[in-house]
Write a protein that binds this ligand. Structure first.
Ligand SMILES: *[C@@H]1O[C@H](CO)[C@@H](O)[C@H](O)[C@H]1NC(C)=O
Ligand SMILES: *[C@@H]1O[C@H](CO)[C@@H](O)[C@H](O)[C@H]1NC(C)=O
Ligand SMILES: *[C@@H]1O[C@H](CO)[C@@H](O)[C@H](O)[C@H]1NC(C)=O
Length: 361
């Protein structure tokens, strides 16, 4: 706040106005971060090709607002297009904001596996912070990751990797466009987001005390724990009140063959599936294979609750597949009602005493 003092004769008015650093030229980035205002309005900024919009080293208490359309020059590179790091930060999308990756310039159906080098879009490393209201369109590949975050809320983020004819879905060109990822974080809540994409809607590979709630996933590969491995741990994760529409999977837990780690205290609750195409729920220990192709290897999945996961999958899909090493699954509770799939697969490693309609159509 800067006081503005205006005098009219003997009358003195003191008006406090919130001042901000308006960032619309990339060259001003360093100055913006040092500005005493601690409020950066990123307005219709064009980030030069191959450069990162580097919002690290922010002053504590900084507010970042996105206004208008943010765009990027085109270059093949391996980096991250936007990185935001700091403590007590608020990242706010103003009405009508658009963070536009124009990913179609990179898309070649190969994602991160080859072809053109494609940058990731956004990584946040935040503590005691809020991210709200961002509209994100067409990242070249992985869209938004919250890594090493603590006490963070991410809400009302709208990820749309689809809309017009040259976009991801239509040509099948967008690939590895994971929506929201989370790794090494604790106490992070992701809520009221929409993700339309061509890979995992939400993926978590490690972390604790994570909530993913009231989100809608369309077009992608489902809500996913994993691929687990390398000794990583996911514990105390709650996924609830979400809708998964036309994804390949509804809910998935996967661990890589021969690798170790732990998934513990996880609840999937009130999840509605609509027209899922491959597996309503899949839990398997032999990634990158899917299910019965090969033997799973031991990987503990303990205290898992599936409660009211319901809805429909396509005829060619399996309603449920569990394919884990016997003994790996402990203390599961199961209440699901998934219908429509005619692919009948037998399960492996389901803990005894739970009533799971595995292998049934
Ligand atoms: C978790 O993070 C939220 C901010 O998103 C904070 O309000 C809350 O106090 C944190 N909880 C704990 C136990 O630190
Ligand atoms: C099981 O996990 C849930 C979280 O999903 C947690 O609330 C509960 O305390 C855990 N139960 C045990 C016995 O660890
Ligand atoms: C399961 O879902 C189907 C429709 O998807 C519904 O007709 C049926 O009543 C449900 N069963 C239970 C036990 O809720």
């Amino acid at each position: 706040m800067k006081p503005i003092i205006t005098s009219f004769g003997s009358l003195v008015l003191v008006v406090a106005i919130a001042s901000a650093f308006e960032l619309n030229q990339f060259e001003q980035l360093d100055a913006a971060k040092k500005s005493a205002d601690k409020r950066i309005v990123i307005k219709n900024l064009v980030v030069p090709a191959g450069k990162m919009l580097d919002l690290t080293n922010l002053q504590q208490g900084t507010v970042i607002e996105f206004e208008g359309r943010l765009t990027f020059g085109y270059q093949e590179w391996d980096g991250t297009m936007i990185r935001i790091k700091g403590k007590n930060i608020r990242v706010v999308g103003k009405p009508g904001n658009l963070l536009d990756g124009e990913g179609h310039r990179w898309w070649d159906k190969k994602g991160g596996n080859g072809g053109k080098k494609k940058p990731r879009f956004i990584e946040v490393n935040l503590e005691d912070s809020l991210v709200t209201g961002l509209n994100i369109k067409n990242p070249p590949r992985h869209c938004f990751v919250a890594n090493y975050c603590k006490n963070v809320r991410i809400e009302f983020v709208n990820i749309d990797i689809n809309v017009d004819i040259k976009d991801g879905d239509k040509k099948g060109a967008g690939h590895n466009t994971d929506g929201i990822g989370c790794g090494g974080s604790s106490n992070v809540t992701i809520s009221n987001c929409k993700v339309h994409n061509q890979d995992d809607c939400f993926a978590i590979g490690s972390g604790r005390d994570i909530v993913f709630e009231n989100n809608v996933c369309t077009g992608g590969h489902g809500i996913s724990i994993g691929s687990m491995g390398k000794g990583k741990v996911v514990e105390r994760l709650i996924v609830r009140n979400c809708v998964v529409i036309k994804n390949t999977n509804g809910v998935r837990i996967k661990s890589r063959k021969g690798e170790t780690g732990l998934v513990k205290d996880v609840t999937f609750e009130n999840i509605e599936l609509q027209g899922v195409t491959q597996y309503g729920i899949i839990i398997h220990g032999n990634y990158p294979d899917n299910g019965p192709k090969s033997e799973p290897t031991p990987f503990p999945i303990e205290n898992l609750t599936i409660n009211n996961v319901h809805g429909t999958v396509g005829r060619g899909a399996a309603n449920i597949l569990v394919w884990v090493t016997p003994g790996s699954a402990k203390n599961w509770k199961w209440n699901s009602n998934i219908t429509g799939g005619k692919r009948r697969l037998s399960c492996k490693g389901v803990p005894s005493g739970i009533n799971m309609p595995c292998g049934k159509i």
